[in-house]
Design a protein around this ligand. Structure first.
Ligand SMILES: [Zn+2]
Length: 287
């Protein structure tokens, strides 16, 4: 990673250190907001979002236009009239993101009836998706967006189930910590144990929220390790995710993107969630 690059995941703002091209002094910019990646629209490898702010050298008062850009692969900084090698570092501001993590966990924990919420969202596709009066090209764009939303609902559902369980039951929390690869691989000296104990909650929180639950093999592992249940057969759901989540990167044959197929795929995913729900329920009652 070059010194003008950063990983934008969860980062709300950055500060940039660079050398003034006029007087040679080191400049530290103010907080510059990192533009949001809007994953539910315009997903494309080429889609770049940019935010530009002025940074002033406190020594010679020269102004520099500072551009912060992000796309799906990462984030980077460019400054007008400054060579890349004179950008010394990008400092990511996670302080606000920390609050975001807490907010999201709180939101998930106070949401009851996770599955009802999922079905309420998918119901909208059946009642509000009359696209027939629109031109075919517009229909196809909207159907792709529906897929992204559908998969986001599924992910939200699977994340919420896991997070609610882990936070409501110490046994699940213990199993999560013991089996999650990232946590399992952490090695430290016994002398650090006190610090680490305090970090565990933080690590768990972030790992739980940063997991890509649409990776069903990974989610399957997590569910198996934490609850002792395996996801119902997810091959069809996986195929839908692989085909359509990546539809912005791949050229899917046009005949695949129809409202009828979408409706079928909504049913497939709903069936999957229903099966998973009953598995979780039977697990609870058998305990
Ligand atoms: Zn200067």
């Amino acid at each position: 990673m070059c010194s003008n690059e950063f990983i934008p995941l969860g980062v709300r703002s950055i500060r940039v250190r660079f050398l003034c091209s006029n007087c040679g002094d080191e400049i530290l910019s103010n907080d510059i907001r990192v533009p949001n990646q809007d994953y539910e629209s315009e997903i494309s490898l080429d889609a770049v979002k940019e935010n530009t702010e002025i940074t002033i050298c406190s020594n010679c008062q020269k102004e520099f236009k500072t551009h912060v850009s992000v796309n799906v692969t990462g984030g980077w900084v460019n400054i007008d009239n400054i060579n890349k090698e004179n950008i010394l570092s990008v400092i990511t501001n996670l302080e606000k993101a920390e609050r975001d993590y807490d907010e999201r966990i709180k939101q998930i924990l106070t949401t009851s009836e996770t599955s009802r919420l999922f079905f309420k969202e998918t119901e909208q596709f059946k009642t509000n998706c009359n696209l027939e009066h629109l031109p075919i090209s517009t229909q196809k764009i909207l159907i792709k967006k529906c897929y992204v939303a559908l998969i986001a609902y599924l992910e939200q559902y699977m994340a919420s189930v896991l997070i609610q369980k882990v936070y409501s039951n110490e046994e699940y929390l213990k199993r999560y910590i013991k089996t999650f690869p990232y946590i399992r691989q952490q090695k430290f000296n016994l002398s650090e144990i006190y610090d680490k104990i305090h970090q565990v909650n933080d690590i768990v929180k972030k790992e739980l929220l940063n997991t890509s639950y649409r990776n069903l093999s990974l989610t399957n592992c997590l569910y198996k390790n934490v609850f002792g249940i395996e996801l119902p057969d997810f091959r069809k759901v996986n195929e839908i995710i692989n085909t359509f989540y990546c539809s912005y990167y791949n050229n899917i044959p046009d005949e695949e993107i129809t409202m009828d197929k979408f409706a079928n795929n909504v049913n497939t995913i709903e069936e999957f969630v229903k099966e998973l729900e009953s598995l979780i329920e039977s697990k609870q009652t058998s305990k």
